[in-house]
Design a protein. Structure first.
Length: 439
């Protein structure tokens, strides 16, 4: 990258040099001065890999350049499942590689997508030696970013190497939007590196435009998460799940998905009150971070509640705490009511599409800023209820448990929202196939 590159202005070149110099110096000083034991286990296992010291997939000389899909973490990876599987079918013998940024996502990627992808690796930190090593080893025909992971230096090198790049399921959180706008001279060229951006919704499209994205780069909005949902569960699946979890056939089930610290206390209080009216009610808690399972279990046991971890479950118990990854989407099939975590504390909310796709009534708290359009669509359609506090949550659960017809109607409304927004994957895959036909 030099100031003479035709696609870079001198102003951007200066900003990029400053950005990368500061980032590189910071990384080097950090590695030299901070002992590894200071890092948590996950960081220790990914640090040097993301600096370029990892085993990259090996491309046979006779094969064509690969398609590279990047998903930051587990949420992005799961939303990209239908896209990855469709690309595997539609791109024939062309290699398909997958990168992630976190240890948990890497474990899921190697377990779930080993048959769909030809290799998996960690995305590099945005320092020149790591990025150059990665791009040289992968040598992609096309890079597909899922949701958002915008690195100005990486994208400048992508432009310099004339690699086609797409942003799929594009999303800008309020915090990201403010950051990108504050340093727009650095990030505006980064966004305009993408030959196509597929925003999740019209609202997201407007935010990309506000950051200086050229309008011709924006494609029809759509959310991959609507295509990554399972079908409505049948009786056989429901019976099998109930048997696995030792839940009696007619016991109502309240599932709280992807909860964060501070929300389990709210759910515990609501559950105690609901059980007075509905003694057979079961609560399944699925924390966002499974490692918190033992801590949450202790919260209930300290109050004398019979509770168990999913990994140790061998009997019927009123409260089950799921301490494993990858189970939430199928557990929603059991729910009579689904509560969305991350929305009763300032975390932006978690994905409400999965329970809605299962035909379940959805409840969430006041902070759903990571899913503003989806939560609004569900509310407007009557498929969800906004609970501003613990009392609202209790009242909504009580009403739905005592009025199964209302709960079923809400589930149907939510399911229609999901169905109406499906089909994004097919459009994107067709565009990708067209791009690859020229490579």
């Amino acid at each position: 990258m030099t100031p003479h590159d035709p696609d870079i202005s001198r102003h951007e070149w200066i900003l990029l040099r400053l950005y990368r110099a500061l980032l590189t110096a910071g990384v080097i000083l950090f590695v030299i001065c901070v002992p590894l034991w200071v890092f948590n286990s996950k960081r220790r296992q990914t640090l040097f890999k993301r600096l370029g010291w990892q085993q990259y997939p090996r491309l046979q000389p006779s094969r064509r350049k690969p398609v590279w899909v990047h998903a930051v973490s587990i949420g992005e990876l799961l939303s990209a499942a239908s896209l990855i599987e469709s690309l595997r079918r539609e791109t024939g013998e062309r290699p398909l590689y997958l990168s992630v940024s976190t240890l948990s996502a890497f474990a899921l990627a190697t377990e779930r997508f080993s048959q769909s992808c030809d290799g998996c690796f960690y995305f590099p930190y945005d320092v020149p030696f790591a990025v150059n090593r990665c791009l040289e080893r992968i040598n992609p025909a096309l890079i597909v970013f899922i949701e958002t992971d915008i690195w100005p230096g990486f994208l400048a090198d992508v432009r310099r190497n004339a690699v086609s790049c797409l942003l799929v399921n594009g999303r800008l959180s309020p915090e990201s939007f403010r950051t990108y706008r504050a340093v727009s001279a650095l990030f505006k060229p980064a966004f305009n590196t993408f030959c196509s951006i597929y925003p999740q919704s019209p609202g997201e499209a407007d935010r990309f435009l506000a950051l200086g994205t050229e309008p011709h780069r924006l494609r029809t909005p759509g959310n991959l998460k609507f295509d990554a949902t399972p079908p409505i569960p049948d009786d056989a699946l429901l019976n099998a799940l109930r048997k696995e979890l030792h839940i009696r056939p007619h016991s109502p089930v309240l599932i709280a998905g992807s909860t964060h610290s501070g929300e389990e206390e709210i759910l515990q209080s609501c559950f105690f009150r609901l059980r007075r009216k509905c003694p057979d009610l079961r609560l399944i808690l699925v924390p966002r971070h499974p490692g918190r399972g033992s801590q949450i279990l202790k919260l209930f046991q300290d109050d004398g509640v019979d509770a168990a971890l999913f990994s140790q479950l061998n009997r019927s118990t009123p409260v089950i705490v799921v301490d494993r990854l990858g189970y939430l989407s199928r557990l929603y099939a059991l729910a009579d009511i689904a509560v969305i975590g991350g929305s009763f504390v300032p975390k932006g909310g978690q994905n409400p599409i999965e329970p809605a796709a299962c035909g379940k009534p959805v409840l969430f708290g006041p902070d759903m800023h990571d899913f503003p359009d989806v939560s609004r669509w569900l509310l407007e359609a009557g498929g969800a209820i906004l609970a501003n506090n613990e009392e609202d949550l209790y009242a909504a659960c009580d009403r739905l448990l005592t009025d199964p017809e209302q709960a079923a109607a809400m589930g149907q409304h939510g399911r229609r929202v999901v169905t109406a927004h499906q089909g994004t994957t097919a459009r994107i895959v067709q565009d990708i196939v067209t791009i690859l036909s020229a490579k």
